[in-house]
Design a protein around this ligand. Structure first.
Ligand code: GLC
Ligand code: MG
Length: 424
């Protein structure tokens, strides 16, 4: 919570499956576009919150499979677990609140009387969440009878149906919306209420997010019937909620633009990544663009030209040095020369590079230190390097930088042992 000094410029609270993450796009195009936008323009003064139905186990699995960012806050298990930061430190105040008036054993006793309910996997049964599958035809009738049964037993619980198959039972005070309301009240108490909040979702368990006062909302184009129906019945006149025309993360980017919440052109949409002549570059922007250019060269997604190599060199100081995680050291210009013949090496292979947790700090009148996790998705899984980069602003021109030093250390992944030394 204390990662920002003041209120966040924008807080995005997004569901994962079929919202931030498009399971029908094996290239993860819109997710990578979002990542680049977030890291180059928002990470330093905004907050990213993931709000998922998944348990911590399944959430961590998704992060291994997909090119995802590290959120500032993670809300899991349909708003019944809240953790902070990369280390996922749990919010114990939230746990205490949910413990009030919650008795799992009575709920299980009642649900056992319903043969239409099939228990979900053990990982998805959580301290404040009991989950089943029930098919669409029986859902409404089961939910009605369950509510009656719980009422008879004096239980104040919440039943949520999502994705036309999942039925979750939570304490009345839990849920994605309640978890967001709890976070907002904590921010308010610290005088750090975000300037704008955008909630993003596609299914039934996201509906609550859209009923929190004063937030903007986007239902992605591929939203489920149950969410669209909830919206039609409960929020159709709310101008702060849109049904995007685009799928998943592209719908989130669309909403940022629609509501004027900030810039929404992703560096990945630009063709000329390396023309850092413009006066509005930032150190974060430069490193994000540099690694997209690097990925495109290896994937043969840019023209194989000497001018591309020259423009890569153009942002690197000739005397600069790169220390790769394997310990290999090269001059930065030497790295680019060695990169030249690797054009297309990753064509047709799984290979994506994205930067995560990019933080830039000014450490001298014209020197910036940028730290980030450089993540790669490859045929062998993911790996991650903690990377530190020094940048000079050129000739006192604040919008133009050159990279003087790059240093990497392995954080995660196979690469230390098996990967031949690479350049960046
Ligand atoms: C996720 C969870 C599941 C839950 C569903 C809907 O898929 O793994 O337990 O029922 O979200 O909330
Ligand atoms: Mg979803």
């Amino acid at each position: 919570m204390d990662c920002l000094d003041g209120p966040a410029r924008l807080m995005i609270v997004s569901d994962l499956d079929h919202t931030m993450v498009d399971h029908h796009d094996s290239e993860n195009t819109s997710l990578l576009r979002f990542n680049a936008l977030w890291e180059s323009l928002y990470r330093h003064d905004s907050l990213l919150v993931f709000s998922t139905g998944r348990s911590p186990t399944l959430y961590k699995q998704l992060r291994k499979e997909k090119p995802m960012l590290t959120p500032d806050i993670t809300i899991m298990s349909v708003g019944s677990e809240i953790t902070y930061g990369n280390l996922m430190v749990p919010d114990n105040g939230w746990v205490d609140l949910l413990n009030q008036n919650w008795d799992k054993s009575v709920i299980l006793e009642e649900t056992s009387k319903f043969p239409q309910l099939t228990a979900q996997a053990a990982t998805e049964q959580r301290p404040h969440k009991i989950s089943y599958y029930v098919d669409k035809e029986h859902a409404q009738e089961v939910i009605r009878s369950l509510s009656d049964a719980f009422q008879r037993r004096g239980l104040d619980v919440k039943i949520i149906y999502s994705g036309g198959m999942d039925l979750d039972i939570l304490p009345q005070g839990a849920g994605k919306g309640q978890a967001l309301a709890y976070l907002l009240s904590k921010f308010k108490a610290e005088s750090k209420l975000p300037v704008n909040t955008l909630v993003c979702g596609d299914s039934g368990n996201d509906a609550e997010l859209f009923s929190i006062p004063d937030v903007y909302g986007v239902m992605v184009s591929n939203a489920q019937e149950e969410l669209l129906q909830w919206h039609a019945e409960n929020a159709k006149d709310n101008k702060k909620i849109i049904h995007a025309t685009q799928r998943c993360a592209a719908g989130i980017i669309e909403a940022i633009g629609h509501f004027g919440l900030g810039p929404n052109a992703s560096p990945r949409d630009g063709l000329d990544l390396l023309s850092c002549k413009t006066d509005n570059s930032t150190p974060a922007n430069i490193v994000v663009n540099f690694f997209i250019a690097y990925e495109r060269w290896l994937r043969a997604e840019v023209e194989k030209s000497e001018s591309f190599i020259q423009s890569l060199k153009g942002i690197l100081e000739p005397t600069g040095v790169a220390v790769h995680a394997s310990g290999v050291e090269h001059s930065l210009h030497e790295c680019i020369e060695l990169l030249g013949p690797c054009y297309g090496d990753k064509q047709g292979k799984v290979f994506r590079v994205w930067l995560d947790r990019v933080f830039a700090s000014k450490i001298g009148s014209d020197v910036w230190l940028v730290k980030f996790d450089k993540r790669e998705l490859t045929d062998d899984g993911q790996n991650c390097c903690l990377t530190t980069v020094l940048l000079y602003s050129k000739h006192g021109n604040p919008g133009s930088f050159s990279l003087v030093h790059l240093h990497q250390t392995w954080l995660e992944g196979f690469a230390a042992k098996t990967q031949s030394p690479r350049l960046f």
